[in-house]
Design a protein around this ligand. Structure first.
Ligand SMILES: Cc1cc2nc3c(=O)[nH]c(=O)nc-3n(C[C@H](O)[C@H](O)[C@H](O)COP(=O)(O)O)c2cc1C
Length: 318
């Protein structure tokens, strides 16, 4: 797939996930064969006001590339202003968030742009005008079942200069639950000539193949399927590359990867923050292993890497 002049090889990228897809997780997923990744969303307004915490979300290293930086906002001027801040981190592309359903984000952008297509178009135009890297858009199928307008929005984004479109096949109202609608992704693919990236419910090689077959999309984006399972990218690559099925790793390997992930997290964010953020990741890693129920409350009160290593040791030998 080519996003503008950026060549991306492989099958699936790691979706932007606020509070999850940080440097440590992106690095890990790229190590397992993710084709690209996207930083956690950052507010264009906060970035253009020099907010350090928002800028830190864009920090990326060679190990995560190609890597996109994602911004959200509802003012073309502010979105364009934030681009110079974003470009300081040399992202490989800039992604505009038009899909986030969280109330705090809706008030200033995210999925609310799906209700205002001409504003969305102005935003894409304004960002494209000042960006030296390709600009992509990530959207949902629409606002709700009465307003499924991804095709119209995608056409406008393409006209405004977007280099690729990601479609999460659910409306804002659907949040994350009903199965993603493959039909709308297919319709967008048929309507535009830029690459279309299909997103929603990819959890293994077979669901990845189904997304490609049913939508004709050019590429895949994986979100929740990678939580506590960064190896999903090697499973998808093996299945789509040569139809081989890599089974889920045994508990000992899952625990090894978990510790490696949390060590990186603590290295990059310091142990105090890292270990608190590790609690949710650890809960995902132990899901499905024998003995997981017994360690649940320990994980939710986790205080140190040593404590996690001890839990990992216990579950590895279960
Ligand atoms: C914890 C979490 C955080 C997310 N944060 C973002 C975000 O920052 N930007 C964005 O565009 N989408 C965000 N999403 C949506 C995902 O990128 C993706 O579109 C959605 O989860 C559907 O894909 P999936 O079924 O593979 O999870 C988030 C999803 C989750 C679960």
């Amino acid at each position: 797939m080519k996003i503008g002049n950026l060549e991306i090889s492989g099958y699936a990228g790691l979706a932007p996930m606020a509070g999850v897809a940080d440097r440590a997780f992106r690095e890990l997923c790229m190590g397992y064969g993710a084709a690209y990744c996207v930083c956690e969303m950052a507010s264009a307004k906060a970035l253009s006001m020099g907010d350090r915490k928002s800028a830190q979300l864009m920090y990326m290293t060679g190990a995560e590339r190609p890597c996109g930086a994602q911004i959200f906002g509802n003012s073309p001027e502010t979105m364009a202003q934030s681009v110079s801040e974003v470009l300081k981190f040399s992202p490989d592309f800039i992604d505009i968030n038009m899909g986030c359903p969280a109330p705090k984000v809706l008030a200033t952008g995210g999925a609310s742009l799906m209700k205002n297509i001409s504003l969305a178009e102005d935003i894409v135009k304004a960002v494209c005008e000042v960006s030296s890297v390709p600009v992509t858009v990530k959207m949902r199928s629409g606002w709700d079942n009465e307003h499924i307008n991804a095709v119209e929005l995608a056409e406008k984004c393409e006209k405004a200069g977007a280099a690729a479109i990601t479609v999460h096949g659910r409306t804002k109202a659907q949040m994350y639950t009903p199965p993603a609608d493959m039909g709308i992704i297919r319709a967008v693919k048929q309507a535009v000539s830029i690459p279309v990236i299909g997103n929603g419910d990819i959890t293994d090689g077979m669901s990845a193949a189904r997304m490609l077959e049913e939508t004709g999309c050019d590429f895949l984006l994986v979100g929740r399927g990678a939580l506590g399972r960064p190896w999903i990218f090697s499973q998808i690559n093996a299945y789509l590359g040569h139809e081989s099925v890599i089974p889920e790793p045994p508990a000992s390997e899952r625990m090894r990867v978990m510790l490696c992930h949390i060590q990186k997290l603590c290295e990059y964010k310091g142990e105090y923050i890292g270990i608190r953020e590790a609690r949710k990741h650890a809960a995902w890693y132990v899901r499905g292993t024998r003995g997981a129920a017994a360690v649940r409350s320990e994980i939710s009160n986790l205080e140190s890497i040593e404590q996690l290593a001890e839990i990992a040791y216990r579950l590895s030998s279960c």
